[in-house]
Each structure stands twice: as structure tokens, then as C-alpha cells.
Design a protein around this ligand. Structure first.
Ligand SMILES: [Zn+2]
Length: 158
């Protein structure tokens, strides 16, 4: 149960031309504006109000994480009103090509998904899945929930 305290909601701190920065006293996460803008579109554009999602990639530094690449929903993903299952192989393919093309520096960072109807708070299932990811990956991960009105960033780790 103690793992549940490891999901930390981060505040927006500042932005420059290329990045929005989220964090607290200990962590700083730089998120590419391309990603921020794309996720906004996904929360508005979906007429069926099914969840969308994808994977986050970027670079890990001593004092923070920079997220520069991401995937968006693929044909074989399962999109439902209250869940998104990332089952399409193309997410993994993108991870593998980024990893090798960047000289093994552009790493898996985490996951994003939308809540087309609700707020950007993680559900019980979201938290459980994130903790499982963190435990199996053994490195802190970053997750994002985009709701129609909110872009919320979470740090999952210790
Ligand atoms: Zn969710």
C-alpha cells in the first residue's frame, strides 16, 4: 500500500519557446510544446468521446526529465469511453527506433491518456497501472492526463 503515495501531482512552473516546465522542489519535468498542443487536440477532437493515449519518450538527467517524443493512438489500440488499452505494436516499434537512433539515450518516460468526460484526476485503475509500470520498469515514470479543461502531469516514483 505504501506505493500509493508515490503518485505525485506536479504544478506548472514556467515555460519558454519550446517547453512547459512542471515540477516541485525536487523534480523538474520539461514537456515539449508539440506534445502539449497535440494532447489538447485529442481532448476536443474526439466525437465518440473515447479515451486516447500513447507513450512518452525523452531524456533523463540528474535533476529532471525532458519529454520530447510521443506516440498517439494507433489502429489496434482499444479505445473505450472509460479506458484506453495500448495494444498496438507500433508504440513498441517507435520506442525501439528512438532508443537505437539516439545512441541509447532517448528513453521510455511514461504514458499519457485523455479523460474526455471527467477531470484530470487519476482513477484507482490509473494509479494501480502506473505503480505496476514503475515497479516493472524500476525507474521513475511520468504520466499525463488530459481532460477537456486540464493538462495534469504526475511523477510516479520514490
Ligand atoms: Zn484514466
Amino acid at each position: 500500500m505504501r506505493f500509493f503515495s508515490a503518485v505525485i501531482s506536479l504544478r506548472k512552473q514556467k515555460e519558454d519557446d519550446d517547453f512547459q516546465f512542471f515540477g516541485n522542489e525536487l523534480i523538474s519535468i520539461a514537456i515539449g510544446k508539440d506534445l502539449v498542443n497535440n494532447l489538447k487536440k485529442f481532448s476536443i477532437a474526439d466525437e465518440n468521446k473515447s479515451e486516447a493515449g500513447g507513450v512518452l519518450f525523452g531524456y533523463r538527467y540528474k535533476d529532471g526529465i525532458e519529454i520530447t517524443e510521443f506516440t498517439t493512438p494507433m489502429p489496434s489500440d482499444v479505445r473505450r469511453p472509460h479506458s484506453f488499452m495500448r495494444t498496438d505494436q507500433q508504440h513498441i516499434n517507435k520506442a525501439n527506433s528512438l532508443w537505437s537512433e539516439s545512441d541509447y539515450k532517448c528513453d521510455y518516460i511514461g504514458e499519457w491518456h485523455t479523460h474526455p468526460r471527467g477531470n484530470a484526476e487519476p482513477s484507482y485503475i490509473d494509479r494501480r497501472e502506473w505503480i505496476e509500470l514503475y515497479k516493472s520498469f524500476r525507474k521513475p515514470i511520468v504520466t499525463i492526463i488530459q481532460s477537456p479543461s486540464n493538462f495534469q502531469v504526475y511523477f510516479v516514483g520514490k
